[in-house]
Design a protein around this ligand. Sequence first.
Ligand SMILES: Nc1nc2c(ncn2[C@@H]2O[C@H](COP(=O)(O)OP(=O)(O)O)[C@@H](O)[C@H]2O)c(=O)[nH]1
Ligand SMILES: [Mg+2]
Length: 677
Amino acid sequence: MQIPAGQPDPAGAGSGPGVVGSAPAGAGSAPAGGGDGTLEAGGGDGVSAADQTRLSMLVGALEGLRARLAATGFPLDAPGAQAARADRLAALDQLDGYLLPRLRAQAAPLLVVVGGSTGAGKSTLVNSLLGEQVSVPGVLRPTTRAPVLVHHPLDARWFSTDRVLPGLARTSTSTAAAPTARPGAGERGLRLVASEALPRGLALLDAPDVDSVEDANRELASQLFAAADLWLFVTTAARYADAVPWHLLHGAVARRAQVALVVDRVDPGAEAVVGDLRRMMDANGLADAPLFVVPETELVEGLLDEEAIGPVAAWLSDLGADEVGRRAVATATRDGVVDDLVRRAQVLAAAGDEQVAADERLRSAVARAYDDAIVQVRAVTSDGALLRGEVLARWQELVGTSELFRQVESGIGRLRDRAVAFLRGRPVQEPRVEQAIATGLQAVLIDAADGAAERAHATWRADPAGGPLVAGLDLSRSSPGLRASVDAQVRGWQRDVLDLVREQGEERRGAARYVSLGVNALGISLMVLAFSVTGGVTGVEIGIAGGTAVVAQKLLEAVFGDEAVRRLTVTARDRLDERVRDVLGVEAARYTAQLDALGASSADGDALRAAGREVATAARTERTTRPAAPGEPARRGPALRGARPSGAVAGAADQAAPAEPGFWRRLLRRRGGDVRP
Ligand SMILES: Nc1nc2c(ncn2[C@@H]2O[C@H](COP(=O)(O)OP(=O)(O)O)[C@@H](O)[C@H]2O)c(=O)[nH]1
Ligand SMILES: [Mg+2]
């Protein structure tokens, strides 16, 4: 018995499956594809070139969206990332496992996935419809067999490749062979069975339990439903209100997958259950879905009574014979998935924006920490602060506390003479001053780098997206190689300064003599001058440090002239800044390298949004240019067991051969369809 959709009338009024399509023929748009007369009955691939061209824009847009999704991971724990990761995989599955193969092979048979609750009788129903044991019914749970896909022998080519469900390995048997072929433990597979009992153009897939205790079985069940053109959802009088099946059914409603329900093993007198289920369906967006009731009977050789399955068999046979109806079903489900993808693209785009925002936020935290470090180094190396303590003491040892200092004050001519004397003497002290400067500079740099690492680490750790990245990494301190690289850069800078002095000596007439006398002393003087360019020295040391720098300046000016000294000082500072930036840049890269590796910045929400819009536009065009389904009645084809019972079963023949076939055609013509971007 079939309970007409939208009419909660379980009392078995004898209404056959033709009742639903009460809308006048031709009302609304005709969403059915094909129907241009070139389609072969029975699933040939005679799809017209015009139809393929019409679809190519949609396929192109979907491929674009697919590429975009493939390139967009959601690696950072930004808001919505967890859901987005699952959503993205589901979307890729929809595209690869169902939608793209469906669009590329429009003439492929209609895949009817028989799924539902544990032990509901799915396998028994499939076997009974075919009249042979193709799928092993099970008492023991969980069953771990590969799902069985039954198709007509002439339809084998549609399923033997990985056109649909590419993730599942195929094993093939004819129905004559015992159904023992099964994949190894943990291996996912699909057992293909060719059966003459099935009309061409229709395939039945016996799926695992949707509420299996095994995760893998449940996942596989949803994966198979996602690849279905039509869901045949089997439940029982005892389980029809369970949460898990309804969760899946809500998903089907949300993406407008075409669904029919079978309530199995209904005891005589339990019709109230059927009415209740019909009401649940009406209230949950399944008002249009047909509901079949299979009464509880004794199994004979494992098969249900023909009369019990008559309506389901007739309905499926009707669909098997009605190529245009089959196309209408496939197209309606396909449209729903396209719309679902368009919607997903928008949701994922928002999550992509969050990825980019988190990436930028984390990067700027690092930039801020290390920029501050650069500022800190610049401050300490330009306000004279470095010219204290050890550096000051060694410098004073070199220049003497008073002699040269007094000369500085008493005129340039004599200073030059004094400079010669100075440059000739005191070579012993030079390495000590250089060392003191190097040590001081190293300390400043390491201190700044340590502080930056601490700040960057603290900011990242407090950030939900940054926390997981620094967990287990020792980034709160500077890198172990910092000391060595600082040492190399400081020595490098000191060499830079000596080179500057040497070059200047070659350029300026008369200076070469001085430079040859004491390149080191002049270099040290330039270093000292570079450390006091802003002259922001305060407190008691102002006289000493300020005076110290003045000595260096006068000495250099005596040799090179004041113009050149200004230039040399600026250049020396620039070289120092460059090297400081290099050292700290390497330190900062320890953080940013994490982000570079994850590539969250490429999760471009706008690109995803645009790809989604393109699909929406292409889908709208495809739907408006869809040719109307022809009105001619479906051909009578071969029927499933129970659909054409012998004359002994009174009444069943009427149900099996409704006056006007094409239930789906009428139903879907009534509904129409629109894409919502
Ligand atoms: N008596 C009776 N047993 C049934 C009926 N349908 C299924 N079974 C039995 O219930 C158990 C589970 O059935 P099965 O088809 O494997 O359920 P599936 O898990 O949904 O595929 C098997 O032992 C079947 O023989 C029925 O209508 N009547
Ligand atoms: Mg089963």
